[in-house]
Design a protein around this ligand. Structure first.
Ligand code: S3P
Length: 433
């Protein structure tokens, strides 16, 4: 029997099994993009199964302040596109909340506007690096002021942009998207070259909307001043949210879980590849393609997971899943080791330090590296007080740990799950026996 207490802290106890069918919220990355692109398209767009995530609501609120008419009825969002040049100067600074995607990707659009905009965020976002978008957008001709050290808030003074060829110094889909969005405002062809392939939802959506976009291996070129057509979208379930249920379903005794309508874009499914190589029993069923994005159902059954090393080339495609994979690693036969994940230190929290600290509190053996960690396997976890540092993925990863730990795990500031998955604890409770 699982018990979760509805306070700002959640208590999690071990459960016997997780059984049933669950739905994930609409994909956060895709929802941001459909909203932003819908705003600068011609005519209306309707987005079904829009993410319930607070981050995606931050994007909608910023777009509204830019003069875009947006209606939301539950998970259906209707946007009256204003065209590439129809945004209006906001009367007050934009607030991206906790959302790095909102700030970085919107910066690309704001760089192309004829008015200045200030965009800020909460305490966590105010510590996150923005130089990575400031550099390419400045090369394109925008003038951007930031706080000391390239931190938010950003004051973006846009104008006429020139096309660039930009080689990304870090693998980042947010930065790639910011440059492509700015490229829509430049006369001519803007090219972004990635060090490794990152999630390509922006490219797919632009193709679907009729933009002139060319892709060749790691390079993506977009022609500016394209006319984007508003349209109907369906957002697949978020595979990064599904990761918590995959891990829980693999770890908890006699579980039998189906996760429905999960986005299976190949730039997001490294988690499935990794689990398959480690012996995890996950089946992919009912695959279909909608708006250029693959989706399907995942069936997960418990069983031993070998663990071992995560190949570094898989890491950028798994970046959001690493906290829960570290938890899974504590139960794997060979533990789990990964490198090449320095980016984890500049997420909503320093996820390497915060995961290591909380795993140690639960009795796991962890070695921290500058760019990764090693967790010893076959650990006997015990319930502990989890300091989430207000980071949604830490809260959910450690709720999964609590399901297989001895005693009570207390997740502090558990409300932070709203950032990506407000229904997380309810969904877990529904399938826990
Ligand atoms: C995202 C890209 C990733 C990811 C984030 C969402 C996106 O960030 O961690 O949660 O929607 O493009 P980076 O682009 O910083 O790698």
């Amino acid at each position: 029997m699982a018990l979760f207490r509805a306070t700002k802290t959640k208590k999690v106890w071990p459960v016997k099994r997780l059984v049933g069918t669950v739905e994930m919220p609409g994909d956060k990355s895709i929802s941001h993009r459909y909203a932003m692109l819908g705003a600068i398209a011609e005519g209306p767009s309707e987005i079904r199964f829009f993410a319930s995530s607070a981050d995606c609501q931050s994007t909608l609120d910023c777009l509204k302040k830019l003069g875009v008419k947006i209606e939301r009825r539950d998970d259906v969002v209707t946007i009256q596109g204003v065209g590439l040049t129809g945004l209006k100067a906001p009367r007050e600074p934009l607030d991206a909340g906790n959302s790095g995607s909102t700030m970085r990707m919107l910066a690309g659009i704001l760089a192309g506007q004829s008015f200045p905009t200030v965009i800020g965020g909460d305490a966590s976002l105010s510590r996150r690096p923005m130089k990575r978008v400031i550099d390419p957008l400045t090369q394109m001709g925008a003038r951007i002021k930031s706080a000391e050290g390239g931190l938010p808030p950003l004051e973006i003074e846009g104008g006429t942009l020139k096309p660039v060829r930009y080689e990304l110094p870090v693998a980042s889909a947010q930065v790639k998207s910011a440059v492509l969005l700015a490229g829509l405002y430049a006369e001519g062809e803007t090219t972004v070259v990635e060090p490794v392939a990152t999630r390509d939802h922006t490219e797919i959506a632009l193709e679907q909307m009729g933009a002139d976009i060319g892709r060749h291996r790691l390079s993506i070129a977009v022609r500016g001043r394209a006319r984007l057509e508003g349209r109907k979208w369906y957002v697949p379930g978020d595979i990064s949210s599904a990761a918590f249920f995959l891990a829980a379903g693999l770890l908890v005794g006699e579980s039998n879980l189906v996760i429905r309508n999960v986005g299976l874009n190949p730039t997001r499914t490294a988690i499935l590849d990794l689990l398959a190589t480690m012996g995890g029993r996950v089946k992919v069923l009912n695959v279909e393609m909608l708006n250029g994005e693959l989706l399907g159902d995942l069936h997960v059954e418990p069983g031993p997971v070998r663990g071992g090393g995560i190949p570094s080339e898989l890491v950028p495609g798994l970046i959001d899943e690493l906290p829960v994979l570290a938890v899974l690693g504590t139960q794997a036969e060979q533990g789990l080791t990964f490198h090449g994940a320095a980016e984890l230190r500049v997420k909503e929290s320093d996820r390497i330090a915060v995961v290591a600290e909380n795993l140690r509190r639960m009795g796991a053996e962890v070695e921290e590296f500058r760019d990764g960690m090693r967790v010893a396997g076959r650990a006997k976890l015990r319930g502990a007080e989890i300091d989430t540092q207000g980071d949604h993925r830490i809260a959910m990863a450690f709720a999964v740990a609590g399901l297989v730990a001895e005693g009570t795990t207390v997740i502090h500031d558990s409300g932070c799950v709203d950032v990506s998955f407000p229904e997380f604890f309810d969904t877990l409770e529904r399938v826990a026996e």
